[in-house]
Design a protein around this ligand. Structure first.
Ligand code: NAD
Length: 423
């Protein structure tokens, strides 16, 4: 099939290259010229394991452009993968979805063949039919579900294992209304072997929010139990090992620590809260999930102060800046509130991350960045572990004060003084 991808960030590039690997022809569109150039030179615009190899392997099957006309005229299906960030009040900001919809609609006005538009960006229930559809209809002068297809296909990939997740998803959800669109999308996803759930469009949008809200809840729940365990001298990891053995409670995602970050959970839970409030519902659980998550990283500073009460002028090492291992993404990383809190305490910071230093430096140019994790250990009075990169399991923590937000076993065994945030 011929596919265009609008928005070539984490989701767009992985989805498009995944489709290319499945023998489709893909045209990427982005408003960022730098990303377009990188893709055309076979380089991923973001770091994701296995992506560059797959780009090299499929380089005959894709290219990138900034020209909507070229991309839509020459393809049959368009996936909208632009960002859906939060507004100041937490509600969803649809500006990129709206501008992409306008641009698509303008091209469709001149396209004779049936074309399918699929919203893959995470959008609050109602967006595809109440925002995207009227914009495309107005700009194209055509009718959705008759003159062009419209669907919602939420994305569940996880950064850090996104390529593998594309080929091995737990499920594929296809929110559709018209039969033609349904059968084309089913055909497209045929090579992927997993449960496929066809729903109406609004339900597909909500499945994404309910999934992310539940996973975020699981983490905040684990952290709340973990905070109680810490006070009681219980290792929360052993607790959740026992809890997870109950077949009604899946053991995954009970990792107590310093909370969740990333481009999805915080913004999606906040957007759902705002939507619920707009509808006159008070989402008490969702609000508590965010509250616990915002407090959790600061526990590291509390624990650090137990051992170094006056932090002013001390040199504190920060190991890990990405919001999780195996990505360069720092959006909502727990490292951000931690570094801010350390700066407020008048601390000198030396930080290291294998992939995310360049991104983090844009936010915090004033702190020192080490060229290796060993350097952080050597030059600091105490070390905070913020992201559980594999290489941090190989460091020598002998003689150090370590406050660990992610449970690095070697640090637990070796450090002179060791504090785990929930254990
Ligand atoms: P991103 O910011 O990495 O990428 C979005 C891209 O869209 C950028 O490259 C941007 O330049 C481009 N863009 C913006 N406006 C455009 C326009 N009008 N035309 C063309 N390109 C445009 O975002 P992302 O992390 O890939 O997320 C995209 C969507 O997928 C969001 O709704 C997000 O919630 C959802 N999602 C993300 C993940 C994830 O792990 N990152 C997982 C599942 C779902």
């Amino acid at each position: 099939m011929k596919i265009s991808i609008i928005g070539s960030g984490y989701v767009g590039i992985v989805t498009g290259i995944g489709f290319a690997e499945l023998n489709n022809e893909v045209i990427f569109v982005d408003v960022d010229e730098n990303k377009v150039d990188l893709i055309n030179s076979g380089k991923p615009p973001i770091y994701e394991k296995g992506l560059e190899e797959l780009m090299q392997k499929n380089k005959e099957r894709y290219y990138a452009t900034m020209d909507y006309d070229e991309a839509i005229m020459n393809t049959e299906v368009t996936f909208v993968c632009v960002g859906t960030p939060s507004k100041e009040d937490g509600s969803i900001d649809l500006k990129y979805v709206e501008s992409a919809s306008k641009a698509i609609g303008k091209v469709l006005a001149n396209k004779k063949d049936f074309h399918i538009v699929v919203v893959k960006s995470t959008v609050i229930p109602g967006t595809t039919e109440d925002v995207v559809k009227p914009i495309i209809e107005k700009k194209s002068g055509k009718k959705a579900f008759e003159d062009f297809g419209l669907a919602m296909n939420p994305e569940f990939l996880r950064e850090g294992s996104a390529v593998n997740d594309f080929f091995n998803p737990d499920r594929i959800v296809i929110g559709v209304k018209d039969e033609r669109t349904k059968s084309i999308l089913e055909e497209l996803y045929k090579p992927l072997n997993c449960p496929k759930l066809v729903t109406d469009i609004k339900t597909a949008e909500m499945i994404k929010y309910a999934s992310n809200a539940f996973l975020a809840t699981k983490i905040s729940f684990a952290n709340e139990i973990g905070n109680i365990c810490k006070k009681l001298g219980i290792d929360v990891y052993n607790v959740f090992k026992g809890v997870g053995l109950d077949h009604r409670i899946n053991p995954a995602f009970f990792k107590a620590g310093i909370g969740f970050g990333g481009s999805c959970f915080p913004k999606d839970v906040k957007a759902l809260i705002r939507k619920a409030e707009e509808l006159g519902e008070e989402p008490k659980i969702l609000k508590a999930v965010i509250e616990v998550n915002e407090r959790q990283p600061l526990k590291l500073i509390e624990l650090l102060k137990k051992h170094i009460p006056n932090l002013r002028g001390k040199k504190i090492g920060v190991l890990g800046l990405a919001f999780k291992p195996d990505t360069d993404d720092i959006r909502e990383s727990r490292a951000i509130p931690i570094v801010e809190a350390l700066l407020r305490e008048g601390v000198e910071i030396i930080a290291y991350d294998p992939k995310a230093i360049d991104n983090f430096r844009k936010l915090f140019p004033q702190i020192e960045y080490a060229s290796s994790a060993e350097d952080v250990i050597a030059k600091s009075d105490a070390v905070l572990i913020v992201t559980e990169w594999n290489e941090f399991e190989k460091l020598n923590y002998n003689g150090k004060i370590v406050v660990d937000g992610r449970r690095v076993e070697k640090a637990m065994r070796e450090a002179k003084i060791y504090e785990g945030v929930c254990w």
